[in-house]
Design a protein around this ligand. Structure first.
Ligand SMILES: *Cc1c(COP(=O)(O)O)cnc(C)c1O
Length: 362
């Protein structure tokens, strides 16, 4: 077997598998899922709709109907097309593959979304992480200097950022986009846009080096796996050559079309989550020994700062209370003793807050 395993790339063998913990029986606040389902009558209609689909046929590869539904749901600028991915994770992989010339580099602020570095590595590109400042804002000078010296083919800016939750300063982002110029792409990743109250989208037409990426995952459709991206059509046409032709399956396509046609339901859910986020942030900031960072996403980042108590200990005590959050304390030095918690229903948030309070006590 060891000779057989030698067939696999050394860097792949050295990777740790992406670990997804078992959440059965737990209050699941680790993955930024929307806690709400569709109302029963919509579930019923969706079921009937899906049952009538021709599962014997391949998807229509142009995905015209779903693309039109997306255009109706968010105001993609005139003259801009979208391409679809099996989650935005796949779109990240597609852009990486498309740009992986020998020696090409990828740059992103860190701590950031883990798939940026992972995708770069799998495509054979060097990943350069530029640390954020302690308040998680962009270190503009460091970013500009890295762009000047490294000339990255791809620069990622998550707006808002994961796992920190904050929106970067728009002027800083524009300075980065200008500095990259026509020597690379800037991917503006708006996975959390439904909770951000702002978007880069209206600025897209003025910036031909920007690729705007979105997903329906955090909006309430994580299970169907659908992401999309928009950019200048010449660029999109190149990425489309890398995209596997039937990468979005007919069930996903039909389910997304159906749910986007009832977009008001998802919008109302996002609004409820934003209201809960404020409430939860207020309660967390009243807790001694906990710092809560500002968030424009559907999660909150908290730091445990009680002497003699680590974030990991609190994470484990929360588990004993059947509450699963994400322990991000070891991800980056800036996140020491930090936990990331999804904003959920009032009941689940109350369960988390009670569990946290008692975890801080003993
Ligand atoms: C969750 C997340 C994604 C991945 O979204 P999928 O569409 O579920 O693959 C992309 N970017 C960021 C910043 C995320 O947090």
């Amino acid at each position: 077997m060891s000779r057989l395993l030698n067939t696999v790339r050394d860097d792949v063998r050295a990777l740790a598998a992406y670990h997804v913990p078992d959440a059965s029986g737990l209050v699941k606040l680790d993955a930024m899922e929307n806690p709400y389902t569709l109302p029963p009558e919509l579930q019923q209609q969706l079921g009937q709709h899906l049952a009538r689909l021709p599962l014997n046929r391949y998807p229509v590869p142009s995905y015209v109907a779903l693309k039109a539904a997306i255009r109706r749901h968010i105001a993609i600028p005139d003259g801009f097309d979208v391409i679809l991915g099996n989650g935005s994770d796949e779109l990240i992989a597609i852009v990486s593959t498309a740009c992986a010339k020998p020696g090409a580099k990828v740059l992103a602020p860190v701590p950031g979304f883990v798939m940026y570095a992972m995708s770069a590595q799998l495509a054979g590109m060097e990943f350069i992480g530029v640390p954020l400042r302690a308040d998680f804002s962009l270190d503009l000078d460091a970013m500009l200097s890295a762009i000047r010296t490294q000339r990255p083919a791809i620069t990622y800016l998550a707006y808002p950022n994961n796992p920190t939750g904050n929106l970067f300063d728009l002027d800083d982002m524009l300075a980065i986009i200008r500095a990259v110029g026509d020597t690379g792409l800037v991917i503006v990743d708006e996975a959390y846009q439904p909770f951000a109250g702002t978007s880069f989208l209206p600025l897209l037409p003025q910036h031909p080096n920007v690729v705007l990426m979105r997903t329906v995952s955090k909006l309430g459709l994580a299970g169907i796996r659908l992401g999309y991206m928009s950019a200048a059509s010449e660029l999109l046409a190149e990425f489309d050559k890398v995209r596997p032709p039937y990468n979005v399956n007919v069930l996903t396509e039909a389910a997304a079309e159906f749910v986007l046609a009832h977009g008001d339901v998802l919008d109302a859910q996002a609004e409820a989550i934003c209201a809960e986020r404020s409430e939860m942030a207020r309660q967390l900031s009243d807790l001694p020994g906990v710092a809560c960072f500002p968030s424009a996403a559907n999660f909150l980042l908290v730091r445990i700062q009680r002497p003699g108590l680590t974030g990991t200990e609190v994470f484990q005590r929360l588990l004993q209370h059947r509450v699963l959050v994400k322990n991000v304390g070891k991800m980056h030095a800036l996140l020491e003793n930090c936990l990331r918690v999804t904003v959920s229903t009032p009941q689940e948030n109350a369960a988390f807050l009670a569990a946290l309070q008692s975890s801080l006590m003993h």
